[in-house]
Structures are given as C-alpha cells and as structure tokens.
Write a protein that binds this ligand. Structure first.
Ligand code: SAH
Ligand code: SF4
Ligand code: F3S
Length: 436
C-alpha cells in the first residue's frame, strides 16, 4: 500500500479560523490525508489566513515566498489559501503568487476535497446557498478535553474599521439541532469544555424548537448535557448582551466566569465614528449588571488606538475606561486602514502618535492583567488538564478564569478536572499544587 498523503495547515487569525482548520483537516482526512506538522514533508500545504489588519494579510505573502523552494523541489506539492484573505483577494492571490493552486473562502471550504480531486488551478469564494456544515464529515477524535464549536458566523454590524462583514458575509446562525448534535459528538469523544464561537456569538438566533433561540437558551440547554463541565463563548458585542445571557452568568454553574466583551474605545466621539452604536456609559452600565450577578467574573476586551481623528483627549477617555473597569486581559491594536471599509477613506492619525498611545495602553492593561493573576495566589481553583508540562510530574491546564496553570501532580492525567491551590504567579501563568 502506498503511504497516505500528508497535509500541513497553518492557521492565522481568530478562533473561528482554528475551528475551520480542524474541519478542513477532517474533510481532507476523509480523502485519505493525514496531518503533518512540517511543511517540508507535506503533499499539500494549506494556509488559513486572516485579513483583519495589514500585517496579518502580509504574512500570507511572506509565507508563500518561503514555500517557493518546496514547490520547485516538488512540483506535485499542492498549495492552498483559505480564510479571510482568500475571500478578500480571490484570484488576485494567484496572479501575485502563481504557485498557489487553490483559493477557497471561509464559506466554501466544504468543497475543498472536490477542488483537490479536480486538480489544476481553482478559486472558490462563493457564499453558497447550501450550509457548509451539512457537507462536512462528523467531528473526529479530539486531541484534548477542550473544543471550539462555531454556532454563528458573519457579521451585520459594519463597524467602520472592520473587514469581517465582507470576508465572512452576513450574519448566519446555525440551527440548534445541528449544534447540539455536534456538541454531543464532541462530548462522546472526551471533550469536557466547549467554547461556542461566532463573530457576534451573543447575537445568536438559530432556529430551534418553538422558534428562534437565544445564546442564553442554547447555553442553558448545553448545560444539561451530561459530561460537559465547562461552557465559554466568544466574541460578543456589547449591544447583544441580553438579560437572560447576563442572568446565565449568575445561575449556570458550567458557564465560566470569563467574558470577552470588546469595547474598542472609551471615547463617545470615536465610538460614534466607529459605528459601534453604544456609548462608553452603556458599556460601563453593562459591566455593572454583569458583575452584579457574578462578582468574580474576569473581563477582557479589544481596543483600537489611533482610529482616524482620535485626539489625545479621546485616547485619555480610553485609558480612563480601562482604569474604571479593571480588565483581566485585553488586546489592543494600532488602527490599520483596510480598503473597502468606510474608515479607510479618512485621514490617519500620525503613526508615531498611535505608537505611543499603543504603548501606554498596553502597559496599563498588562498591569491589570498581572494584578488579576496575582490576586489568585493562595486561592483554590479548578483546573482542566490539557497536556503534560515541561517538567516531570507537571500538568498544564486552564482555570475557570482562563488563567494558564502549571500543577505539580505526578499522577495527573490529561482531561482530569481537579481542584488546586495556587502557590505563585509568574508572568504568564500560575503555579499550583493539587488538593483533590
Ligand atoms: N467579532 C469581533 C471582532 C473580530 S476582530 C468583535 O466584534 O469583537 C478582533 C479585533 O480586531 C476587533 O475587536 C478589533 O479590536 C480589531 N480590529 C478589527 N479591525 C481592525 C483594524 N482595521 N485595525 C486594527 N484593529 C482592528
Ligand atoms: Fe467587525 Fe464590528 Fe462585526 Fe466585530 S462587530 S466583526 S468588529 S464589524
Ligand atoms: Fe481574521 Fe477573518 Fe478571524 S479576518 S480575525 S480570520 S474572521
């Protein structure tokens, strides 16, 4: 028998891309491909790309340049580009880089196996009428106890800076029965923690029994499934945090006390220019309501600095909002103009100004992140083991609050959910001993 063909996938961007890469790997697995972690010995290389900022997009072309010698050495090597750059640039990618055989967008990747079978040069950036999830193989054995599950895709919010509504298309929620089936499938394969994904996951409104379901209802139903110990969801929009979802943070024990809720800016003027449709006060009041039901919840957010027309005063409003909330983590980015978005037409803030704002914000956020993590020292927390640590007798996993924890536990097994006492806090993780 001949050796199975090998597939190498590199994933850029958000968790939705991570999920899509797994599904593409499974789809190609059904064609006889096995995964490899080295591009050098692969028969097919797939780059699953991100278009969100200029730097993210440019990575694709530098990586493709690096693949050139491999393609020269092995003309049979297939090179595919998937994801959001594929959607945004389509056939242009092949014009710029003729070594690319296949370009497939995020809504068309169920057709990838057929494209590979057909051979030659192929581009598919449709938003097809059929649901790709109905044409993908069942979930396969998982590598660990945690999994992503995409429940909603696309976005209709059109923030003035963002490419997602163009690369992922209109907002679509998957039907409840398909999601529950996929969740049960994952749980049967040993998954104990599921993170529900969507570009606007809390805007979920999939068809279920009795009509359209909210994310809260979906979470409450998943919480009843035996074997599922932890539920998370990301990413949320402040305007879609409805009463029941807030309540769920107080009364669903499986829903973990961590919430990523991007605000982007603390200035009302900039929020308006961004087309965010919420004010700084709306956000702060929302945080109060969430903390009222789950006092220890850790909040994280995304920020953009240097958005067109942002003044020092606007930026100070962002810093003040961060101080007022106290985040457990936050991601801040320098504004990057993306062609096709409304903000790309506007004059930009000077790069040196944006750079120094970014530095100031990141320093503040890092400080908050460290104090939230240090505050765990001495406490008892739950950890779900995801893998063995670097040192003998050590296991690594995440706490309920999503902190990485190294645990001294010579008999520990992957997938165990254990109680530990936190002994110390290093820069990016906690260390602990097992007590149960
Ligand atoms: N769906 C998510 C956002 C996905 S993009 C949400 O609405 O929260 C992740 C983050 O990238 C955004 O929250 C934003 O902070 C940042 N981002 C998006 N477009 C950007 C741009 N043009 N320049 C800089 N950062 C951007
Ligand atoms: Fe982009 Fe805004 Fe939609 Fe998030 S809500 S994906 S930032 S357009
Ligand atoms: Fe990037 Fe597309 Fe995700 S642009 S952030 S990979 S939705």
């Amino acid at each position: 028998m001949s050796e199975p063909k090998k597939l190498f996938i590199k994933t850029y961007g958000c968790q939705m891309n991570v999920y899509d890469s797994e599904r593409m790997a499974e789809a190609m697995g059904a064609e006889g491909y096995v995964m490899t972690d080295a591009a050098e010995n692969a028969d097919m290389v797939l780059l699953n790309t991100c278009h969100i900022r200029e730097k993210a997009s440019e990575k694709l072309y530098s990586d493709l340049g690096r693949l050139r010698p491999l393609k020269q050495a092995n003309p049979d090597l297939k090179i595919g580009v998937a994801g959001c750059v594929a959607q945004a640039e389509g056939a242009e990618i092949q014009r710029r880089m003729p070594l690319v055989d296949i370009v497939v967008g995020p809504q068309a990747y169920h057709r990838l196996p057929q494209m590979v079978r057909d051979g030659g040069s192929q581009v598919d950036t449709d938003f097809p009428a059929e649901d790709k999830f109905d044409h993908l193989p069942q979930r396969k054995a998982m590598r660990g106890p945690t999994a992503f599950l995409t429940v909603q895709e696309g976005c209709d919010k059109f923030c003035a800076f963002c490419v997602v509504p163009y690369t992922r298309g209109a907002e679509v929620s998957r039907p409840v029965d398909r999601i529950l089936r996929e969740a049960r499938d994952l749980i049967a394969r040993g998954v104990r923690e599921i993170t529900l994904l969507g570009q606007n996951v809390n805007g979920y409104h999939g068809e279920g029994e009795g009509g359209s379901w909210t994310l809260a209802r979906l979470i409450r139903t998943l919480a009843e499934v035996d074997g599922l110990d932890r539920i998370r969801y990301t990413t949320s929009h402040p305007n879609d945090m409805d009463d029941d979802l807030i309540a769920a943070h107080g009364d669903v024990p499986q829903l973990m006390p961590y919430l990523h809720l991007p605000v982007q800016s603390g200035s009302d003027r900039i929020l308006k220019a961004m087309n965010r449709k919420h004010t700084r006060d709306d956000y702060l009041r929302l945080i109060d309501r969430i903390r009222a039901v789950r006092q220890d919840i850790l909040l994280s957010s995304d920020f953009i600095v240097g958005f067109p027309s942002e003044t020092d005063e606007d930026f100070e409003d962002t810093m003040a909002l961060v101080r007022a909330v106290g985040f457990g983590a936050a991601y801040s980015f320098k504004y990057s103009a993306r062609s096709g978005t409304p903000a790309a037409e506007r004059p930009e803030v000077m790069a040196s100004v944006a750079d120094s704002r970014l530095q100031a914000l990141q320093a503040l956020v890092l400080d908050q992140q460290r104090s939230a993590q240090h505050a765990m020292v001495g406490k008892e927390v739950n950890v779900l083991y995801e893998k063995a640590g670097r040192f003998p007798g050590q296991m690594v996993g995440k706490s309920d609050h999503l902190h990485a924890v190294h645990v001294d536990d010579p008999t520990g097994q992957i997938s165990e959910l254990v109680r530990v006492r936190v002994l110390a806090s290093a820069s990016n993780s906690l260390s602990a001993v097992r007590i149960s």
